[in-house]
Design a protein around this ligand. Structure first.
Ligand SMILES: [Zn+2]
Length: 136
């Protein structure tokens, strides 16, 4: 977007009217995106969001097989992290070792960001489709 370089607000940030005009110009440019441009933007953003994970990470209390385990008898159990997820309505979980928790947490946060990104991508895609139809 070459217009950004000529944006008057960069030269004169004190003029609100200029800023307003700039926003209007940028919004106008966004509407001129093609579906292919939206696709390229989206895929680049997804690439940046790796690692990705759906679901949520939480601590669960595991029980062991020893019949006289004090931790299990007290109800404390053996806390361990697990990634809880759902595929086609079926809920499941996957054990996550302590040393991988930080990494998986980042993946889960990225997964939530991806959901948001998809919503934005959808609106940009629909606008692009509409603009393409107008151009015919
Ligand atoms: Zn136990």
């Amino acid at each position: 977007m070459g217009v950004v370089k000529h944006c008057p607000t960069l030269a004169h940030p004190q003029f609100f009217l200029d800023m307003y005009m700039c926003v209007m110009v940028h919004v106008h440019i966004m509407e001129q995106e093609t579906p292919d441009e939206v696709r390229a933007w989206f895929l680049a953003e997804v690439e940046r969001l790796w690692p990705l994970a759906g679901g949520s990470l939480s601590l669960r209390k595991n029980r062991c097989i020893r019949p006289t385990c004090q931790a299990c008898l007290s109800g404390e159990g053996h806390p361990a992290y697990a990634l809880h997820y759902r595929i086609k309505g079926r809920q499941s979980s996957l054990y996550v070792p302590d040393d991988l928790v930080e990494e998986v947490q980042r993946a889960v946060a990225n997964g939530r960001a991806l959901q948001e990104l998809m919503v934005v991508a959808g609106t940009r895609y629909v606008r692009a489709l509409k603009a393409t139809r107008r151009g015919r």
